[in-house]
Design a protein around this ligand. Structure first.
Ligand code: F6P
Length: 558
Protein backbone atom coordinates (compact mmCIF):
# COMPACT_ATOMS: atom_id res chain seq x y z
CA UNK A 1 0.00 0.00 0.00
CA UNK A 2 1.41 3.40 -0.98
CA UNK A 3 1.96 5.85 1.85
CA UNK A 4 1.48 9.59 1.66
CA UNK A 5 4.25 11.07 -0.51
CA UNK A 6 6.80 13.03 1.49
CA UNK A 7 5.95 16.29 -0.29
CA UNK A 8 2.40 16.03 0.99
CA UNK A 9 3.41 15.49 4.58
CA UNK A 10 3.30 18.08 7.32
CA UNK A 11 7.02 18.79 7.68
CA UNK A 12 7.52 19.28 3.91
CA UNK A 13 4.54 21.66 3.75
CA UNK A 14 5.88 23.63 6.72
CA UNK A 15 9.22 23.94 4.92
CA UNK A 16 7.55 25.07 1.71
CA UNK A 17 5.71 27.78 3.63
CA UNK A 18 8.89 28.78 5.44
CA UNK A 19 10.78 28.97 2.13
CA UNK A 20 8.08 31.22 0.68
CA UNK A 21 8.39 33.46 3.74
CA UNK A 22 12.18 33.60 3.39
CA UNK A 23 11.76 34.74 -0.21
CA UNK A 24 15.11 35.50 -1.73
CA UNK A 25 16.64 36.70 1.52
CA UNK A 26 20.26 37.43 0.91
CA UNK A 27 23.00 35.57 2.77
CA UNK A 28 24.62 38.92 3.48
CA UNK A 29 21.55 39.91 5.57
CA UNK A 30 21.42 36.58 7.35
CA UNK A 31 25.01 37.15 8.49
CA UNK A 32 24.17 40.65 9.73
CA UNK A 33 21.06 39.49 11.56
CA UNK A 34 22.64 36.47 13.17
CA UNK A 35 26.08 36.98 14.66
CA UNK A 36 27.96 33.78 15.49
CA UNK A 37 26.66 31.83 12.52
CA UNK A 38 29.90 29.85 12.21
CA UNK A 39 29.52 28.64 15.79
CA UNK A 40 25.83 27.88 15.25
CA UNK A 41 26.17 25.98 11.99
CA UNK A 42 29.53 24.21 12.27
CA UNK A 43 30.13 20.68 13.51
CA UNK A 44 33.21 18.47 13.77
CA UNK A 45 33.73 14.70 13.78
CA UNK A 46 36.34 12.15 12.68
CA UNK A 47 38.93 14.78 11.76
CA UNK A 48 36.51 16.85 9.65
CA UNK A 49 34.92 20.24 10.30
CA UNK A 50 31.80 21.09 8.37
CA UNK A 51 30.83 24.76 8.12
CA UNK A 52 27.22 25.15 6.98
CA UNK A 53 26.89 28.79 7.97
CA UNK A 54 26.96 29.93 4.33
CA UNK A 55 23.81 27.95 3.55
CA UNK A 56 20.83 30.20 2.89
CA UNK A 57 19.04 29.12 6.01
CA UNK A 58 18.24 30.06 9.59
CA UNK A 59 17.97 28.11 12.81
CA UNK A 60 14.25 27.75 12.14
CA UNK A 61 14.96 26.26 8.70
CA UNK A 62 17.23 23.66 10.23
CA UNK A 63 14.64 22.77 12.90
CA UNK A 64 12.04 22.23 10.18
CA UNK A 65 14.49 20.15 8.13
CA UNK A 66 15.20 18.02 11.19
CA UNK A 67 11.42 17.50 11.54
CA UNK A 68 11.38 16.39 7.92
CA UNK A 69 14.21 13.92 8.52
CA UNK A 70 12.35 12.51 11.51
CA UNK A 71 9.05 12.22 9.62
CA UNK A 72 10.84 10.54 6.71
CA UNK A 73 12.17 7.93 9.14
CA UNK A 74 15.85 8.83 8.79
CA UNK A 75 16.93 7.53 12.24
CA UNK A 76 15.21 4.17 11.62
CA UNK A 77 16.66 4.00 8.10
CA UNK A 78 20.20 4.56 9.43
CA UNK A 79 19.71 1.74 11.93
CA UNK A 80 18.38 -0.53 9.18
CA UNK A 81 21.26 0.24 6.82
CA UNK A 82 23.93 -0.47 9.42
CA UNK A 83 22.19 -3.61 10.70
CA UNK A 84 22.08 -5.19 7.25
CA UNK A 85 18.39 -4.85 6.46
CA UNK A 86 17.46 -5.35 2.81
CA UNK A 87 17.53 -1.62 2.06
CA UNK A 88 18.22 -2.26 -1.65
CA UNK A 89 14.65 -3.27 -2.23
CA UNK A 90 14.58 -3.61 -6.02
CA UNK A 91 17.43 -6.12 -5.79
CA UNK A 92 16.25 -7.48 -2.44
CA UNK A 93 19.56 -7.28 -0.59
CA UNK A 94 21.36 -5.23 2.04
CA UNK A 95 23.92 -2.54 1.22
CA UNK A 96 26.70 -3.34 3.62
CA UNK A 97 29.73 -1.32 2.58
CA UNK A 98 29.94 -0.30 6.25
CA UNK A 99 30.61 -3.97 7.14
CA UNK A 100 33.81 -3.80 5.07
CA UNK A 101 35.28 -1.34 7.54
CA UNK A 102 34.23 -2.98 10.82
CA UNK A 103 37.14 -3.81 13.11
CA UNK A 104 38.09 -7.47 13.49
CA UNK A 105 36.60 -7.75 16.97
CA UNK A 106 33.15 -6.48 15.86
CA UNK A 107 30.21 -8.73 15.06
CA UNK A 108 27.55 -8.19 12.44
CA UNK A 109 25.05 -10.98 12.07
CA UNK A 110 23.03 -10.93 8.90
CA UNK A 111 20.80 -13.88 8.07
CA UNK A 112 22.32 -15.84 10.96
CA UNK A 113 25.92 -15.33 9.78
CA UNK A 114 28.55 -13.06 11.28
CA UNK A 115 30.03 -11.23 8.28
CA UNK A 116 33.10 -9.86 10.00
CA UNK A 117 35.33 -12.99 9.78
CA UNK A 118 34.93 -13.27 6.00
CA UNK A 119 35.56 -9.54 5.54
CA UNK A 120 38.80 -9.88 7.50
CA UNK A 121 39.76 -13.09 5.71
CA UNK A 122 39.65 -11.14 2.43
CA UNK A 123 41.73 -8.35 3.97
CA UNK A 124 44.26 -10.98 5.08
CA UNK A 125 44.45 -12.39 1.52
CA UNK A 126 44.94 -8.88 0.16
CA UNK A 127 47.69 -8.35 2.72
CA UNK A 128 49.48 -11.53 1.60
CA UNK A 129 49.33 -10.45 -2.03
CA UNK A 130 50.50 -6.92 -1.25
CA UNK A 131 53.39 -8.30 0.76
CA UNK A 132 54.52 -10.49 -2.13
CA UNK A 133 54.47 -7.52 -4.50
CA UNK A 134 56.28 -5.25 -2.05
CA UNK A 135 58.93 -7.90 -1.41
CA UNK A 136 59.57 -8.17 -5.18
CA UNK A 137 58.39 -11.76 -5.02
CA UNK A 138 55.45 -11.56 -7.38
CA UNK A 139 57.20 -12.50 -10.58
CA UNK A 140 56.07 -12.42 -14.18
CA UNK A 141 56.24 -15.45 -16.45
CA UNK A 142 59.88 -14.82 -17.34
CA UNK A 143 60.90 -14.57 -13.69
CA UNK A 144 61.23 -10.80 -13.31
CA UNK A 145 59.47 -9.05 -10.37
CA UNK A 146 56.26 -7.26 -11.32
CA UNK A 147 56.72 -3.50 -11.31
CA UNK A 148 53.58 -2.11 -13.03
CA UNK A 149 50.01 -3.00 -12.18
CA UNK A 150 47.21 -1.86 -14.48
CA UNK A 151 43.71 -1.83 -13.02
CA UNK A 152 41.13 -2.64 -15.70
CA UNK A 153 37.73 -1.60 -14.42
CA UNK A 154 35.12 1.10 -14.87
CA UNK A 155 32.68 3.05 -12.68
CA UNK A 156 32.90 1.80 -9.11
CA UNK A 157 35.63 -0.64 -10.12
CA UNK A 158 37.82 2.27 -11.21
CA UNK A 159 36.88 5.63 -9.72
CA UNK A 160 37.33 4.83 -6.01
CA UNK A 161 40.79 3.25 -6.33
CA UNK A 162 41.84 5.91 -8.86
CA UNK A 163 40.73 8.74 -6.59
CA UNK A 164 42.25 7.31 -3.40
CA UNK A 165 45.60 6.21 -4.86
CA UNK A 166 46.03 9.72 -6.21
CA UNK A 167 44.96 11.36 -2.94
CA UNK A 168 47.25 9.23 -0.77
CA UNK A 169 50.30 8.99 -3.04
CA UNK A 170 52.39 10.66 -0.28
CA UNK A 171 51.70 7.66 1.93
CA UNK A 172 53.70 5.19 -0.17
CA UNK A 173 55.78 3.12 2.29
CA UNK A 174 59.55 3.37 2.08
CA UNK A 175 61.99 0.51 1.61
CA UNK A 176 59.71 -1.69 -0.45
CA UNK A 177 59.85 -2.92 -4.05
CA UNK A 178 57.94 -0.08 -5.74
CA UNK A 179 54.78 -0.91 -7.64
CA UNK A 180 53.43 1.70 -10.06
CA UNK A 181 49.68 1.47 -10.44
CA UNK A 182 47.82 2.65 -13.56
CA UNK A 183 44.15 2.76 -14.46
CA UNK A 184 42.44 1.99 -17.76
CA UNK A 185 38.67 2.26 -17.90
CA UNK A 186 37.53 3.44 -21.30
CA UNK A 187 36.24 0.88 -23.76
CA UNK A 188 37.84 2.75 -26.67
CA UNK A 189 41.18 1.38 -25.48
CA UNK A 190 42.97 4.71 -25.64
CA UNK A 191 44.27 4.60 -22.05
CA UNK A 192 45.27 0.97 -22.38
CA UNK A 193 46.93 1.44 -25.80
CA UNK A 194 49.13 4.11 -24.26
CA UNK A 195 50.26 1.80 -21.44
CA UNK A 196 50.95 -1.00 -23.89
CA UNK A 197 53.43 1.19 -25.75
CA UNK A 198 55.21 2.16 -22.53
CA UNK A 199 55.15 -0.84 -20.20
CA UNK A 200 57.27 -3.95 -20.20
CA UNK A 201 55.06 -7.05 -20.54
CA UNK A 202 57.52 -9.09 -18.49
CA UNK A 203 56.97 -6.90 -15.42
CA UNK A 204 53.33 -5.86 -15.90
CA UNK A 205 50.29 -7.40 -14.21
CA UNK A 206 46.63 -6.61 -14.83
CA UNK A 207 43.96 -6.52 -12.14
CA UNK A 208 40.58 -7.26 -13.71
CA UNK A 209 38.16 -5.41 -11.43
CA UNK A 210 34.52 -6.00 -12.12
CA UNK A 211 31.81 -6.85 -9.64
CA UNK A 212 29.71 -8.53 -12.31
CA UNK A 213 32.60 -9.64 -14.53
CA UNK A 214 30.30 -9.00 -17.49
CA UNK A 215 31.07 -5.33 -18.16
CA UNK A 216 32.03 -5.04 -21.82
CA UNK A 217 34.27 -2.00 -21.23
CA UNK A 218 36.48 -3.97 -18.85
CA UNK A 219 36.32 -7.27 -20.71
CA UNK A 220 37.30 -5.69 -24.00
CA UNK A 221 40.34 -4.06 -22.35
CA UNK A 222 41.12 -7.38 -20.64
CA UNK A 223 41.11 -9.25 -23.98
CA UNK A 224 43.48 -6.70 -25.51
CA UNK A 225 45.79 -6.99 -22.48
CA UNK A 226 45.73 -10.79 -22.64
CA UNK A 227 46.61 -10.84 -26.34
CA UNK A 228 49.38 -8.28 -25.81
CA UNK A 229 50.95 -10.40 -23.08
CA UNK A 230 50.64 -13.59 -25.09
CA UNK A 231 52.08 -12.11 -28.26
CA UNK A 232 54.98 -10.53 -26.38
CA UNK A 233 55.79 -13.29 -23.91
CA UNK A 234 55.05 -16.57 -25.69
CA UNK A 235 57.75 -17.72 -28.04
CA UNK A 236 58.79 -14.23 -29.07
CA UNK A 237 60.55 -13.81 -25.74
CA UNK A 238 62.44 -16.97 -26.57
CA UNK A 239 61.98 -18.07 -22.99
CA UNK A 240 61.95 -21.74 -22.20
CA UNK A 241 58.93 -22.89 -20.28
CA UNK A 242 56.82 -19.74 -20.75
CA UNK A 243 53.44 -21.10 -21.67
CA UNK A 244 49.99 -19.60 -21.77
CA UNK A 245 49.02 -21.01 -18.39
CA UNK A 246 52.01 -19.37 -16.74
CA UNK A 247 51.27 -16.01 -18.39
CA UNK A 248 47.66 -16.16 -17.28
CA UNK A 249 48.66 -17.13 -13.78
CA UNK A 250 51.43 -14.61 -13.17
CA UNK A 251 50.01 -11.59 -14.98
CA UNK A 252 46.34 -11.50 -13.94
CA UNK A 253 44.47 -11.03 -10.69
CA UNK A 254 40.67 -10.97 -10.71
CA UNK A 255 38.44 -9.05 -8.31
CA UNK A 256 34.75 -9.81 -8.57
CA UNK A 257 31.58 -11.05 -6.90
CA UNK A 258 31.49 -13.86 -9.46
CA UNK A 259 34.22 -16.49 -8.91
CA UNK A 260 32.67 -18.65 -11.67
CA UNK A 261 33.10 -15.95 -14.28
CA UNK A 262 36.64 -15.18 -13.14
CA UNK A 263 37.50 -18.88 -13.46
CA UNK A 264 35.84 -19.10 -16.86
CA UNK A 265 37.95 -16.16 -18.04
CA UNK A 266 41.10 -17.93 -16.91
CA UNK A 267 41.99 -16.30 -13.59
CA UNK A 268 43.83 -18.78 -11.36
CA UNK A 269 41.83 -19.76 -8.26
CA UNK A 270 44.33 -18.39 -5.80
CA UNK A 271 44.62 -15.12 -7.72
CA UNK A 272 40.92 -14.35 -7.38
CA UNK A 273 39.71 -11.92 -4.76
CA UNK A 274 36.03 -12.20 -4.14
CA UNK A 275 33.54 -9.78 -2.71
CA UNK A 276 29.88 -9.94 -2.05
CA UNK A 277 26.67 -9.03 -3.85
CA UNK A 278 25.75 -6.92 -0.83
CA UNK A 279 28.54 -4.44 -1.69
CA UNK A 280 27.39 -1.95 -4.32
CA UNK A 281 29.90 -1.21 -7.10
CA UNK A 282 30.22 2.48 -6.26
CA UNK A 283 30.57 1.62 -2.56
CA UNK A 284 33.23 -1.05 -3.07
CA UNK A 285 36.64 0.57 -2.63
CA UNK A 286 36.77 -0.63 1.00
CA UNK A 287 37.42 -4.27 0.15
CA UNK A 288 39.08 -6.26 -2.61
CA UNK A 289 38.36 -3.54 -5.20
CA UNK A 290 40.75 -1.45 -3.09
CA UNK A 291 43.70 -3.73 -3.97
CA UNK A 292 45.36 -1.02 -6.15
CA UNK A 293 45.12 1.36 -3.18
CA UNK A 294 46.85 -1.14 -0.90
CA UNK A 295 49.52 -1.73 -3.55
CA UNK A 296 50.35 1.97 -3.48
CA UNK A 297 49.98 2.88 0.21
CA UNK A 298 50.48 -0.52 1.88
CA UNK A 299 48.04 -2.42 4.06
CA UNK A 300 48.66 -0.35 7.16
CA UNK A 301 47.47 2.83 5.48
CA UNK A 302 44.67 0.93 3.74
CA UNK A 303 43.50 -0.12 7.18
CA UNK A 304 43.81 3.54 8.24
CA UNK A 305 41.40 4.44 5.44
CA UNK A 306 38.95 1.82 6.75
CA UNK A 307 39.38 3.07 10.32
CA UNK A 308 38.55 6.63 9.27
CA UNK A 309 35.43 5.48 7.44
CA UNK A 310 34.42 3.41 10.46
CA UNK A 311 34.83 6.45 12.71
CA UNK A 312 32.38 8.28 10.43
CA UNK A 313 30.02 5.26 10.48
CA UNK A 314 29.99 5.38 14.28
CA UNK A 315 29.35 9.10 14.25
CA UNK A 316 26.53 8.56 11.74
CA UNK A 317 25.03 5.88 13.95
CA UNK A 318 25.46 7.62 17.31
CA UNK A 319 25.28 11.42 16.90
CA UNK A 320 21.95 13.16 17.29
CA UNK A 321 20.55 14.35 13.93
CA UNK A 322 21.24 17.99 14.83
CA UNK A 323 24.94 17.18 15.29
CA UNK A 324 25.27 14.50 12.65
CA UNK A 325 27.52 15.58 9.78
CA UNK A 326 26.03 13.35 7.03
CA UNK A 327 22.49 14.22 8.11
CA UNK A 328 23.23 17.95 8.14
CA UNK A 329 25.01 17.88 4.77
CA UNK A 330 22.07 15.97 3.33
CA UNK A 331 19.55 18.43 4.76
CA UNK A 332 21.42 21.38 3.29
CA UNK A 333 21.12 19.69 -0.10
CA UNK A 334 17.41 18.96 0.38
CA UNK A 335 16.78 22.59 1.33
CA UNK A 336 18.56 23.83 -1.78
CA UNK A 337 17.07 21.37 -4.25
CA UNK A 338 13.52 21.11 -3.01
CA UNK A 339 12.82 24.47 -1.43
CA UNK A 340 15.20 27.02 -2.99
CA UNK A 341 15.08 25.37 -6.43
CA UNK A 342 18.88 25.15 -6.68
CA UNK A 343 19.50 22.10 -8.81
CA UNK A 344 23.17 22.32 -9.62
CA UNK A 345 25.92 21.36 -7.21
CA UNK A 346 29.63 21.89 -7.66
CA UNK A 347 32.41 20.01 -5.81
CA UNK A 348 35.54 22.14 -5.40
CA UNK A 349 38.53 20.63 -3.61
CA UNK A 350 41.42 23.00 -2.86
CA UNK A 351 44.14 20.36 -2.78
CA UNK A 352 45.66 18.82 -5.91
CA UNK A 353 45.66 15.40 -4.27
CA UNK A 354 41.85 15.41 -4.49
CA UNK A 355 41.93 15.79 -8.27
CA UNK A 356 39.56 12.87 -8.86
CA UNK A 357 37.24 13.50 -5.92
CA UNK A 358 34.59 15.30 -7.97
CA UNK A 359 34.58 12.53 -10.60
CA UNK A 360 34.19 9.99 -7.81
CA UNK A 361 31.26 11.89 -6.29
CA UNK A 362 29.60 12.30 -9.68
CA UNK A 363 29.09 8.54 -9.77
CA UNK A 364 28.38 8.18 -6.06
CA UNK A 365 25.68 10.84 -6.02
CA UNK A 366 24.15 10.76 -9.48
CA UNK A 367 24.16 6.99 -10.02
CA UNK A 368 22.74 6.56 -6.53
CA UNK A 369 20.12 9.29 -6.43
CA UNK A 370 19.43 10.05 -10.08
CA UNK A 371 16.05 8.36 -9.68
CA UNK A 372 12.44 9.39 -10.13
CA UNK A 373 10.47 6.40 -8.83
CA UNK A 374 9.74 5.81 -5.15
CA UNK A 375 10.20 2.53 -3.32
CA UNK A 376 6.50 1.87 -3.95
CA UNK A 377 6.93 2.38 -7.70
CA UNK A 378 5.28 5.79 -7.91
CA UNK A 379 6.67 8.74 -9.84
CA UNK A 380 8.11 11.32 -7.45
CA UNK A 381 6.46 14.73 -7.51
CA UNK A 382 9.63 16.61 -6.52
CA UNK A 383 13.24 16.98 -7.63
CA UNK A 384 15.85 14.46 -6.51
CA UNK A 385 19.59 14.46 -7.18
CA UNK A 386 20.95 17.76 -8.52
CA UNK A 387 23.36 17.89 -11.45
CA UNK A 388 26.70 17.51 -9.72
CA UNK A 389 30.09 18.27 -11.20
CA UNK A 390 33.38 19.78 -10.23
CA UNK A 391 37.12 19.94 -10.46
CA UNK A 392 40.03 21.29 -8.45
CA UNK A 393 38.88 24.67 -7.11
CA UNK A 394 41.98 26.67 -8.08
CA UNK A 395 41.68 25.47 -11.69
CA UNK A 396 37.92 25.90 -11.74
CA UNK A 397 38.46 29.55 -10.73
CA UNK A 398 39.95 30.00 -14.19
CA UNK A 399 37.27 27.96 -15.91
CA UNK A 400 33.66 27.96 -14.68
CA UNK A 401 33.65 30.28 -11.62
CA UNK A 402 32.55 33.05 -13.97
CA UNK A 403 29.20 31.25 -14.17
CA UNK A 404 29.07 30.81 -10.40
CA UNK A 405 29.60 34.53 -9.85
CA UNK A 406 27.71 36.14 -12.68
CA UNK A 407 25.73 33.50 -14.55
CA UNK A 408 22.00 32.99 -14.29
CA UNK A 409 22.22 29.59 -12.66
CA UNK A 410 21.94 29.12 -8.89
CA UNK A 411 24.55 26.59 -7.75
CA UNK A 412 25.35 25.05 -4.39
CA UNK A 413 29.10 24.58 -3.84
CA UNK A 414 31.13 22.31 -1.57
CA UNK A 415 34.59 23.69 -0.78
CA UNK A 416 37.00 21.06 0.57
CA UNK A 417 40.52 21.63 1.93
CA UNK A 418 42.96 20.39 4.57
CA UNK A 419 43.78 22.87 7.33
CA UNK A 420 47.50 22.10 7.24
CA UNK A 421 49.82 20.74 4.59
CA UNK A 422 53.57 20.51 3.98
CA UNK A 423 54.59 21.11 7.61
CA UNK A 424 56.48 17.79 7.46
CA UNK A 425 58.64 18.68 4.42
CA UNK A 426 62.24 18.13 5.67
CA UNK A 427 63.99 20.99 3.85
CA UNK A 428 63.07 24.22 5.72
CA UNK A 429 63.24 26.55 2.70
CA UNK A 430 61.04 24.31 0.55
CA UNK A 431 58.74 23.74 3.51
CA UNK A 432 58.22 27.49 3.98
CA UNK A 433 57.49 28.00 0.31
CA UNK A 434 55.08 25.11 0.11
CA UNK A 435 53.30 26.05 3.34
CA UNK A 436 52.95 29.52 1.86
CA UNK A 437 51.43 28.00 -1.28
CA UNK A 438 48.99 26.07 0.87
CA UNK A 439 47.96 29.24 2.71
CA UNK A 440 47.56 30.96 -0.67
CA UNK A 441 45.26 28.12 -1.71
CA UNK A 442 43.23 28.38 1.49
CA UNK A 443 42.98 32.14 1.04
CA UNK A 444 41.49 31.57 -2.41
CA UNK A 445 39.11 28.92 -1.09
CA UNK A 446 37.81 31.16 1.69
CA UNK A 447 37.71 34.22 -0.58
CA UNK A 448 35.64 32.47 -3.21
CA UNK A 449 33.00 31.23 -0.78
CA UNK A 450 32.90 34.72 0.73
CA UNK A 451 32.37 36.42 -2.63
CA UNK A 452 29.77 33.84 -3.61
CA UNK A 453 27.97 34.63 -0.37
CA UNK A 454 28.30 38.42 -0.18
CA UNK A 455 28.59 39.44 -3.82
CA UNK A 456 29.50 43.14 -4.20
CA UNK A 457 29.49 43.56 -0.44
CA UNK A 458 32.68 41.50 -0.14
CA UNK A 459 34.59 44.66 -1.01
CA UNK A 460 34.16 48.31 -0.21
CA UNK A 461 34.33 50.42 -3.31
CA UNK A 462 33.71 54.09 -3.85
CA UNK A 463 31.19 55.07 -6.43
CA UNK A 464 28.82 53.10 -8.59
CA UNK A 465 30.06 50.22 -10.67
CA UNK A 466 28.84 49.23 -14.13
CA UNK A 467 26.40 46.37 -14.28
CA UNK A 468 28.93 44.02 -15.86
CA UNK A 469 31.06 44.32 -12.72
CA UNK A 470 28.16 43.44 -10.45
CA UNK A 471 28.35 40.31 -8.26
CA UNK A 472 24.96 39.29 -6.98
CA UNK A 473 26.25 36.83 -4.34
CA UNK A 474 23.73 34.76 -2.39
CA UNK A 475 25.10 31.45 -3.75
CA UNK A 476 25.05 28.95 -0.87
CA UNK A 477 28.04 26.81 -0.01
CA UNK A 478 29.39 24.36 2.53
CA UNK A 479 33.03 24.24 3.54
CA UNK A 480 34.67 21.06 4.74
CA UNK A 481 38.05 21.29 6.43
CA UNK A 482 40.08 18.13 6.97
CA UNK A 483 42.47 18.37 9.94
CA UNK A 484 44.98 17.20 7.34
CA UNK A 485 44.66 14.81 4.42
CA UNK A 486 45.47 11.36 5.83
CA UNK A 487 44.15 7.86 5.10
CA UNK A 488 41.88 8.27 8.13
CA UNK A 489 40.39 11.64 7.22
CA UNK A 490 39.99 10.62 3.58
CA UNK A 491 38.10 7.52 4.71
CA UNK A 492 35.88 9.70 6.88
CA UNK A 493 35.30 12.17 4.03
CA UNK A 494 34.20 9.46 1.60
CA UNK A 495 31.96 7.83 4.20
CA UNK A 496 30.45 11.24 4.97
CA UNK A 497 29.29 11.59 1.35
CA UNK A 498 28.11 7.96 1.16
CA UNK A 499 25.88 8.56 4.17
CA UNK A 500 24.73 11.94 2.94
CA UNK A 501 23.51 10.23 -0.24
CA UNK A 502 21.65 7.64 1.85
CA UNK A 503 19.91 10.25 4.01
CA UNK A 504 18.77 12.18 0.94
CA UNK A 505 17.53 8.97 -0.69
CA UNK A 506 15.57 8.18 2.46
CA UNK A 507 13.87 11.56 2.40
CA UNK A 508 13.19 11.32 -1.33
CA UNK A 509 11.90 7.75 -0.80
CA UNK A 510 14.12 6.34 -3.57
CA UNK A 511 16.55 3.41 -3.70
CA UNK A 512 20.16 4.69 -3.85
CA UNK A 513 21.64 1.22 -4.31
CA UNK A 514 20.39 0.13 -7.74
CA UNK A 515 21.09 1.62 -11.20
CA UNK A 516 18.47 0.28 -13.58
CA UNK A 517 18.78 3.42 -15.67
CA UNK A 518 22.05 2.24 -17.18
CA UNK A 519 20.78 -1.11 -18.47
CA UNK A 520 18.83 -0.07 -21.56
CA UNK A 521 21.80 1.82 -22.99
CA UNK A 522 23.96 -1.31 -22.66
CA UNK A 523 21.38 -3.43 -24.50
CA UNK A 524 20.89 -0.95 -27.32
CA UNK A 525 24.68 -0.52 -27.64
CA UNK A 526 24.94 -4.29 -28.15
CA UNK A 527 22.35 -4.19 -30.94
CA UNK A 528 23.98 -1.14 -32.51
CA UNK A 529 27.38 -2.83 -32.41
CA UNK A 530 25.87 -5.81 -34.21
CA UNK A 531 24.55 -3.52 -36.93
CA UNK A 532 27.87 -1.66 -37.25
CA UNK A 533 29.86 -4.89 -37.50
CA UNK A 534 27.51 -7.00 -39.63
CA UNK A 535 25.71 -4.35 -41.67
CA UNK A 536 22.29 -5.71 -40.84
CA UNK A 537 19.33 -4.24 -39.01
CA UNK A 538 19.72 -0.70 -40.32
CA UNK A 539 16.07 -0.53 -41.38
CA UNK A 540 14.92 -0.78 -37.74
CA UNK A 541 16.91 2.30 -36.76
CA UNK A 542 15.70 5.88 -36.46
CA UNK A 543 16.80 8.32 -39.13
CA UNK A 544 19.53 9.97 -37.06
CA UNK A 545 21.19 6.72 -35.96
CA UNK A 546 20.95 5.39 -39.52
CA UNK A 547 22.66 8.52 -40.85
CA UNK A 548 25.45 8.29 -38.28
CA UNK A 549 26.10 4.61 -38.97
CA UNK A 550 26.20 5.24 -42.71
CA UNK A 551 28.70 8.06 -42.12
CA UNK A 552 31.00 5.54 -40.38
CA UNK A 553 30.62 2.99 -43.15
CA UNK A 554 31.39 5.52 -45.84
CA UNK A 555 34.53 6.66 -43.94
CA UNK A 556 35.66 3.04 -43.60
CA UNK A 557 35.16 2.52 -47.32
CA UNK A 558 37.32 5.53 -48.26
O1 F6P B 1 26.97 0.45 -15.61
C1 F6P B 1 27.01 0.93 -14.32
C2 F6P B 1 27.81 0.00 -13.44
O2 F6P B 1 27.09 -1.14 -13.19
C3 F6P B 1 28.23 0.68 -12.15
O3 F6P B 1 27.25 0.68 -11.20
C4 F6P B 1 29.45 -0.10 -11.81
O4 F6P B 1 30.24 0.54 -10.84
C5 F6P B 1 30.11 -0.21 -13.16
O5 F6P B 1 29.03 -0.37 -14.06
C6 F6P B 1 31.07 -1.36 -13.30
O6 F6P B 1 30.45 -2.58 -13.05
P1 F6P B 1 31.29 -3.87 -12.77
O7 F6P B 1 32.10 -3.65 -11.55
O8 F6P B 1 30.28 -4.97 -12.61
O9 F6P B 1 32.18 -4.11 -13.97
Amino acid sequence: MSHTPIDQQRAWCALAEHAAGMGRRHLRDLFVEQPGRFETFSRSAAGLTLDLSKQRWTGQTLDLLLDLARDAGVPEAIRGLLAGERVNRSEDRPALHTALRLPADARLEVGGEDLVPSVHATLARMAEMVERFHAGQWRGATGKPIHDVVNLGVGGSDLGPLMVTHALADYRPEGIHRIDVHFASTMDGSQLADYLTRLNPETTLFVLSSKSFTTIDTLSNARTARDWLKSRLLGAAGEEGVDEALVMRQHFIGVSASPEKMAEWGIADDHQLEFWEWVGGRYSLWGAIGLPIALVVGMEHFRGLLAGAHAMDRHFSEAAPADNLPVLLALAGIWNVNFLDIRAHSILPYDGRLEYFAAYLEQLEMESNGKSVTHDGDQVGYSTCPVLWGQLGPNAQHAFYQLLHQGTQAVECDFIAPRVRYDDVPDPATRDHLMGQHRLTLANCFAQSRVLMLGDDAIEEDGPRPEYKHYRGNQPSSTLLLDRLTPETLGALIALYEHKVFVQATIWDINPFDQWGVELGKKIAGETQHTLEHRTGLEGMDDSTRGLIEAVWSAEAE
